[in-house]
Design a protein around this ligand. Structure first.
Ligand SMILES: Cc1cc2nc3c(=O)[nH]c(=O)nc-3n(C[C@H](O)[C@H](O)[C@H](O)COP(=O)(O)O)c2cc1C
Length: 188
């Protein structure tokens, strides 16, 4: 029989994505922060969220004051930059300069896209929820961008080209082999 061990309430949900969130006030000095507490809240209209601690996050003020951010999805090739942007603060370091990542102007918000990240979501904050340790910035997705080299011939994202990875506990883990597609359980 499988034996269960009860633990204190916490949030052991995995894998979750690690994303690079860009923000800025005016067009100058954009910042990058690594965020794992992020996800989809609604499909139509497209709504996403990020959870940010108010303390010790330079990005918190930038996002609170500008009401905008960009979620940039990294590939496994950017794993070092993702960890680094979660270790240092934009209050002390220019993370674009230190990581070599390239800012690209967005179409609807002042925060830049990150060129090396194959998927970028431009977001406008519609609501902020203060839940305790984190404030949740719920946002409408105003535009999305894909790098053309990660699409297949039908214009869909090719995960083998992107090589996404996830955050599991405190480990970064590759999301490797395809094991099925949506609805495969009902097909003969
Ligand atoms: C893998 C990883 C995930 C993280 N996820 C979050 C998160 O979801 N929310 C948050 O507030 N901080 C998170 N952090 C911590 C921030 O990225 C970190 O405090 C960062 O240095 C803040 O940068 P800033 O001061 O330039 O905004 C994470 C860090 C790492 C390495």
């Amino acid at each position: 029989m499988i034996k269960k061990i009860a633990k204190e309430p916490s949030t052991p949900l995995f894998p979750v994505p690690t994303v690079l969130v860009t923000s800025c006030l005016k067009e100058s000095n954009p910042n990058i922060v690594t965020i794992a507490w992020t996800g989809i809240m609604n499909s139509v209209p497209p709504i996403v969220y990020i959870g940010l601690r108010p303390e010790g996050r330079y990005s918190y003020r930038l996002i609170k004051d500008s009401g905008e951010y960009v979620i940039n999805i990294p590939t496994v090739a950017l794993a070092w930059q993702v960890d680094y942007c979660g270790m240092v603060s934009g209050s002390k370091v220019n993370k674009f300069k230190e990581t070599g990542l390239t800012p690209v102007p967005a179409s609807h918000v002042k925060a830049p896209l990150i060129a090396e990240c194959p998927v970028n979501l431009e977001c406008k904050v519609r609501q902020v929820l203060a839940l305790g340790s984190h404030d949740v910035f719920i946002a409408d997705v105003l535009a999305v961008h894909y790098n053309d080299d990660v699409q297949d011939e039908k214009g869909r994202l090719d995960m083998d080209k992107i090589r996404p990875y996830g955050y599991c506990g405190n480990e970064y883990r590759l999301i490797a082999d395809k094991i099925g597609t949506y609805g495969y359980s009902k097909k003969g």
